[in-house]
Ligand binder design. Structure first.
Ligand SMILES: Cc1ncc(COP(=O)(O)O)c(C=O)c1O
Length: 388
């Protein structure tokens, strides 16, 4: 079967060396990152402090806009930070938990770092309501919607659940939140780059994520979208001189906020990580998320069918419309199997209560997907012989 996305394979050096099925964790590095890093060093070495004016000061805004374009965010609505946890902290710093509206609703399928952060906000007056999963794969929508009431301030949820790839009904959650006057932070870390995201169509208040997985952008860049009307009103208390309307006045005293996206920044930006992120963003935007999604549905269906055939427990929705990029399947001794796969240069990961996660991206061949499955089969056979 012809697959025109495979023409990008040569852009990713690691694909020559491994069976790379782990883009849910760290996307493959584009070859162009070598040049980007060299360019960064050259500019620093030759332009010195002038680099700020000539390139670096606006880099955060440019990268924010490039990420924003992938989720239909208007220009100037996305600020960049180090990671998702920091993005949540920026949002939390805009909020007041001292009134009656102080409830924070999410599910136990959120990424743990996000949970740890919101649990910790209880000392600031936040009242956390955590909705529990029944099956370890999905989040019960009815119970989540019921928990969002007139006292709810914020609903920080994942668009795609990291453990199971379940796609939450973000639209229904956002609509309910707005009906009762609450706001939503949609964590699109596991969706953007593999599942279409349109922040304007969803009418979400905030969206956040990072570039290191499906966007092939490397560690160190998280993004925060704030809906334009909100963005001009909110006053983050986690702030700093980059957020000042006139940073170079170095004025003493309280902050006078700039317009977004600078308004949501704080201290000096993370230039090397921003430079490294660019090649991946360019490729993803060139390939197009719709095409990536089509291929992902096909390859993940194949993974699920093979796992079923072998009798492994699939901890990912079977309906392609309800699942994102990874497939989690649990087999006997899954953690050991994962270690063995890594030794054979088949890059996957293991998560408790999920099993082995395999995540083909647009650059993977169907043969690689098959190789992942047949290697598990082989390992299980070898282990069975040893155990005899
Ligand atoms: C849905 C989701 N949110 C957040 C994170 C990570 O958060 P942070 O960027 O704070 O490390 C991950 C995974 O690494 C994730 O899968």
């Amino acid at each position: 079967m012809s697959d025109d996305l495979l023409r990008y394979r040569s852009e990713f050096p690691i694909l020559d060396r491994t069976t790379y099925l782990i883009s849910n964790s760290l996307g493959a590095m584009p070859r162009a990152v070598y040049d980007a890093m060299k360019g960064y060093a050259d500019i620093w070495a030759t332009r010195g402090v002038r680099a700020w004016e000539e390139r670096w000061w606006m880099l955060a805004v440019e990268i924010g806009d490039e990420i924003g374009a992938l989720m239909n965010a208007p220009k100037g609505t996305v600020s960049v930070h180090q990671n998702v946890t920091t993005c949540q902290a920026v949002v939390a710093s805009c909020l007041d938990f001292s009134g009656k509206r102080n409830k924070v609703v999410y599910s136990d399928m959120n990424f743990p770092s996000v949970m740890y952060f919101w649990e910790a906000q209880q000392s600031r007056g936040a009242r956390v309501h955590m909705v529990k999963t029944d099956d370890g794969v999905t989040v019960p929508l009815d119970r989540l919607l019921d928990a969002i009431d007139e006292t709810t301030l914020l609903v920080p949820i994942s668009h795609v659940i990291f453990r199971s790839a379940f796609i939450q009904d973000a639209k229904a959650i956002i609509e309910k939140a707005h009906k009762v006057g609450a706001m939503v932070v949609l964590d699109t870390f596991q969706s953007l780059g593999t599942v279409p995201v349109d922040v304007q169509a969803l009418n979400t208040d905030f969206a956040c994520g990072g570039v290191l997985k499906w966007l092939c952008g490397g560690p160190g860049v998280g993004y925060l979208y704030v809906r334009d009307d909100l963005g001009r009103k909110l006053e983050p208390k986690l702030t700093g001189w980059f957020a000042h309307e006139n940073s170079f006045a170095f004025a003493p005293g309280a902050i006078r906020y700039a317009d977004p996206p600078f308004r949501f920044m704080n201290g000096t930006t993370h230039i090397p990580a921003l430079e490294a992120a660019r090649p991946g963003l360019k490729i993803i935007s060139e390939v197009g998320v719709e095409k990536i999604r089509e291929k992902s549905k096909r390859q993940t269906s194949r993974l699920i069918a093979s796992a079923n055939q072998h009798g492994w427990r699939v901890n990912t929705p079977r309906d392609p419309e309800k699942r994102g990029g990874p497939v989690s399947s649990d087999m006997p001794d899954a953690q050991e199997v994962c270690r063995e796969l890594l030794k054979r240069d088949i890059m996957v990961d293991y998560r408790p209560k999920a099993g082995v996660r395999m995540s083909p991206h647009f650059y993977n061949t169907d043969e690689e997907v098959e190789r992942g499955i047949s290697a598990v089969e082989e390992i299980l056979k070898e282990r069975a012989v040893v155990a005899r």
